[in-house]
Design a protein around this ligand. Structure first.
Ligand SMILES: Nc1ncnc2c1ncn2[C@@H]1O[C@H](COP(=O)(O)OP(=O)(O)OP(=O)(O)O)[C@@H](O)[C@H]1O
Ligand SMILES: [Mg+2]
Length: 329
């Protein structure tokens, strides 16, 4: 087990100043080949914001972070397919990518850290050597001589994290950081992030980790939008459930009717959709009443508003299916 680490010390070297502007995305479009992952995305990541980013595989979480990193690394020269990413002048980004970056396998742990810098300034004239820092991260003197190629997946990830923090970032992007980490390192990473003063974006499928380390959850639900979820992961799971049920319920009947040219089945399906739309209209009216009633309760309004948006989406989809079917009848 790695020795206990001095968290207060660790945080000092990751504490370079961060101005008011961190990342501002204006009407951004992100493509992957011909596929549009995100469209009309306007989003602001402010100083000290702690964001959990969730979404199904392939929704575009990594692509979003990459686009932001690219804008930062190129000083704003390289921009996404549409819109603009404005990066604050003081931003120093560290990006822990989904795949552990390959280091030359014969390089020793200590050497790989010294490559970044030999000593870290802790302020007030105090310093820490790369070797001392390695120890704080659970690499004993002996382990520091291990070739990087012989490290376990978890050790490699821990080393990558240390190398990132050595660069004194004030914004941290982490893509699935909990992969390969043993429980001990994981809980130390959580502690470390507790004291992290900068901005933070974390992609993870680990619910506990997201809830422990971030303050707000955003989701990519596969509709080219990034949505803030006021109720967090619970809301994400609810929405996923609704999408799955809707797809299961709507698709077979409509597709069947369309394929077979069965007018009677199509008509029945049309009526079913119409009934559902009527039901949604009623729900919507109720939500509006509740909104008026709780207008002064900020949390409640956010919750109702999220419901309203989900409902509108559902309605839009139903209307689309209705239109599609109606063409054939
Ligand atoms: N260079 C590329 N060329 C073409 N398609 C790509 C490229 N990079 C990613 N994609 C596709 O873009 C989509 C989004 O990928 P991305 O890696 O951003 O998703 P993700 O939300 O991070 O998924 P995961 O949870 O699996 O990591 C996927 O369908 C992926 O196959
Ligand atoms: Mg990804």
């Amino acid at each position: 087990m790695p020795p206990p680490r001095d968290r207060a010390e660790l945080m000092k070297f990751a504490n370079s100043r961060l101005g008011k502007t961190v990342f501002e995305l204006e009407d951004v479009t992100i493509h992957a080949g011909p596929k549009v992952l995100l469209e009309h995305l306007t989003w602001n990541l402010g100083p000290g914001d702690r964001v959990g980013l969730v979404g199904v595989n392939g929704a575009g979480k990594t692509s979003l972070m990459r686009a932001m990193q690219t804008a930062w690394a190129s000083d704003g020269d390289l921009q996404p397919a549409g819109g603009r990413v404005v990066v604050g002048k003081t931003v120093k980004l560290a990006y822990l990518s989904q795949e552990v970056a390959e280091l030359p396998p014969t390089l020793r742990v200590l050497e790989s850290v010294e490559q970044i810098r030999g000593r870290v300034d802790l302020g007030k004239g105090r310093e820490m050597s790369a070797s001392q820092l390695c120890e704080t991260f659970g690499f004993t003197k002996e382990k520091q001589w291990t070739p990087v190629g012989d490290l376990s997946g978890g050790e490699r990830r821990r080393l990558q994290l240390l190398r990132l923090l050595m660069d004194e970032p004030n914004v941290l992007f982490m893509d699935e950081p909990t992969n390969d980490l043993d429980i001990e390192t994981l809980s130390q990473l959580e502690d470390l992030l507790d004291g992290w003063p900068g901005s933070l974006v974390i992609v993870s499928h680990d619910r506990f980790f997201i809830e422990r380390t971030t303050d707000v959850v955003y989701a990519l639900l596969g509709d080219q939008a990034l949505r803030m979820l006021p109720k967090g992961i619970d809301e994400y799971l609810e929405r996923r459930q609704v999408i799955a049920e809707r797809a299961a319920a709507a698709a077979p009947a409509a597709t069947f009717a369309k394929k077979t040219g069965d007018t009677r089945a199509a008509k029945k399906e049309l009526q079913r959709i119409e009934r559902q739309i009527v039901r949604l209209d009623k729900d919507e009216a109720k939500l509006h009443e509740q909104l008026a009633e709780h207008a002064s309760d900020f949390g409640k309004v956010a919750e109702l508003d999220a419901k309203l948006r989900a409902l509108k989406e559902e309605r839009e989809e139903l209307e689309l299916s209705w239109l599609e079917l109606a063409e054939d009848v």
